[in-house]
Design a protein around this ligand. Structure first.
Ligand code: FAD
Length: 494
């Protein structure tokens, strides 16, 4: 097991770190802590799922759910970037899962395979790790937090509490909420699927049912391919504000170049075009880059130019005035999402096939109301282009508008308590938690809370696009050295 050079820290023996949330972010945080510390830590991951490392994305056992990037991009260890590739190679994927190979030859394994890999990595580090740290999983849900000079106490839904010197919040994706216009009673209707990951509820849908999928992004693509995989033959309508389905993913080429780019202090886009004061300037810069690439090569791919916006998202966001951030949220976030959140080519091909066969239609529009109509759901909506209004009845409506990130709106009692007690606060844009440049939660007193860190998608209001595995891994190489540095300056409270 190798250790990143120059990154190891000596902290008080047995310092207690509690990680709340054991999806990808919580798992990789724990693993890298054991690899970066020189002294043994006492790490507890609080996670209600039976296994640590899967979270929302990799807990799916549905064979139709694939990684949305080629397997080579799923990097856990910056000092061993081919670790997952070797795991995949050892499983002879072309034989066991022929559909994993995209037409361009890149591999897009099932998401469950990455989940298996993560669970294996966590177990391996529980058994043995470079700092001889204790790593344990408490299968429960964190309910509340208390803190004083002696450290934090995280109390659990099932009773009891875990004491900590430092706490790391990795709870990320909340449940989606009922979209505007939906009758509140619908939350209890048999035909409404509020949680698109609830496989039991999806499996109750009849193969001939008329389905409305609200949201046309990654989650919507997952749900529609899954319905098709399980033999659904009825009509499916997808609706979103702009009617922009996720784009086809492309192969990234050299992963070293991508990871180096993600970690550059001044992102390429800003080095080329200077700082941005408005979203219009960003759009202009991307258009220029796409045109310049096209002048160089006929088959130049817009995705490559767009990926530079993704890499610069945090720096651009921090530099924009509030009025521009609000303008982005109102007008451009859907375009960013559909260009940034791309899906495996195999998935796009299946969706295209369904559209050609007339089984799937994708609409740009706004839902005005949705209410129960006996066993069905009646939905009134108007189309974005032309403004035509419709009233249509569906047997099932599946909400795929994405998870809520606002801590005070997720229904996550623990996050609400952390905010209520003033240890942390929501960011100003409803994207997640307010943090400083090393991931420390900013408290109600405007100051970073000692020993309270936030990692992953909850920090995108400051760090920008930290949604994907490579971005989260790269972010930890900023946050964990700072965390261990702060811990090194404290005494363990055993
Ligand atoms: C469907 C989907 C597919 C994706 N596919 C890819 C991909 O192919 N490639 C890629 O690079 N990225 C992908 N991503 C993005 C990325 O991998 C995810 O953002 C990443 O999984 C984030 O993991 P996480 O641990 O931060 O969050 P989550 O997966 O949301 O995990 C958070 C965990 O916290 C737990 N939790 C919540 N509240 C509490 C509490 N109070 N107490 C204790 N535990 C709690 C939850 O049970 C959950 O397991 C995908 C994301 C999604 C949603």
């Amino acid at each position: 097991m190798s250790v990143p050079g120059g990154l190891r820290h000596t902290v008080p023996n047995g310092a207690r770190i509690v990680i709340v949330g054991g999806g990808y972010t919580g798992a990789i945080t724990a693993i890298l802590l054991t690899r970066m510390s020189t002294t043994p830590l006492d790490i507890t991951i609080v996670e209600p799922r039976a296994e640590v490392g899967r979270g929302v994305a990799y807990d799916s056992r549905d064979p139709a759910h694939r990684l949305n990037v080629p397997s080579g991009l799923m990097v856990l260890y910056l000092d061993d970037i081919e670790h997952f590739t070797r795991y995949v190679d050892a499983r002879d994927l072309p034989a066991s899962d022929p559909e994993a190979i995209a037409p361009d030859g890149a591999l897009y394994p099932r998401r469950s395979l990455f989940g298996d890999y993560m669970v294996g990595e966590v177990r391996a580090h529980m058994a043995k790790n470079p700092s001889a740290s204790q790593l344990r999983h408490v299968q429960d849900r964190a309910a509340a937090i208390a803190g004083d000079a002696a450290g934090y106490r995280v109390s659990l839904m099932g009773g009891g509490e875990v004491a900590a010197d430092f706490v790391v919040l990795c709870t990320s994706h909340g449940q989606p909420a009922l979209p505007p216009g939906f009758d509140a009673d619908l939350a209890r209707h048999d035909g409404l699927v509020l949680d698109p990951w609830a496989e039991a509820k999806l499996s109750n849908i009849g193969t001939r049912d008329r389905i409305l999928v609200v949201g046309a992004g990654l989650t919507g693509a997952d749900v529609v391919t899954s319905l098709r995989h399980h033999g659904h033959r009825g009509g499916v309508t997808m609706i979103s504000r702009h009617g922009l389905p996720s784009n086809r993913q492309h192969d990234f080429g050299d992963i070293n170049i991508l990871l180096e780019r993600v970690r550059r202090p001044v992102p390429d886009l800003i080095a080329r075009h200077g700082e941005f004061n408005s979203v219009a300037q960003v759009v202009r810069a991307v258009r220029q880059d796409v045109s310049a690439a096209k002048r160089k090569a006929d088959n130049a791919d817009w995705r490559e130019a767009f990926d530079h916006v993704r890499d610069a998202a945090g720096a651009i966001w921090r530099g924009l005035p509030t009025v521009e951030k609000l303008r982005y949220s109102r007008h451009l976030s859907s375009y960013y999402g559909s260009h940034r959140n791309r899906v495996a080519p195999q998935v796009v091909d299946k969706l295209d096939e369904m559209r050609r066969a007339g089984q799937l239609s994708v609409l740009a529009g706004q839902i005005e109301s949705a209410r129960a109509d006996g066993a069905a759901i009646a939905v009134a909506f108007h189309e974005r282009h032309g403004g035509k209004s419709h009233l249509q009845t569906f047997d099932a409506v599946i909400i795929c508008t994405g998870p809520i990130h606002r801590p005070d709106a997720t229904g996550n009692a623990f996050l609400q308590d952390v905010v209520h007690k003033g240890f942390a606060r929501s960011d100003a844009y409803g994207l997640g938690m307010d943090v400083d440049n090393v991931g420390r939660a900013i408290g109600a007193n405007d100051l970073p809370s000692k020993g309270l860190y936030v990692v992953g998608p909850l920090t995108r209001g400051y760090f920008g696009d930290v949604i994907g595995v490579p971005q989260i891994t790269a972010q930890l190489h900023t946050i964990l050295p700072a965390l261990l540095g702060e811990l090194a300056g404290t005494e363990a409270h055993n």
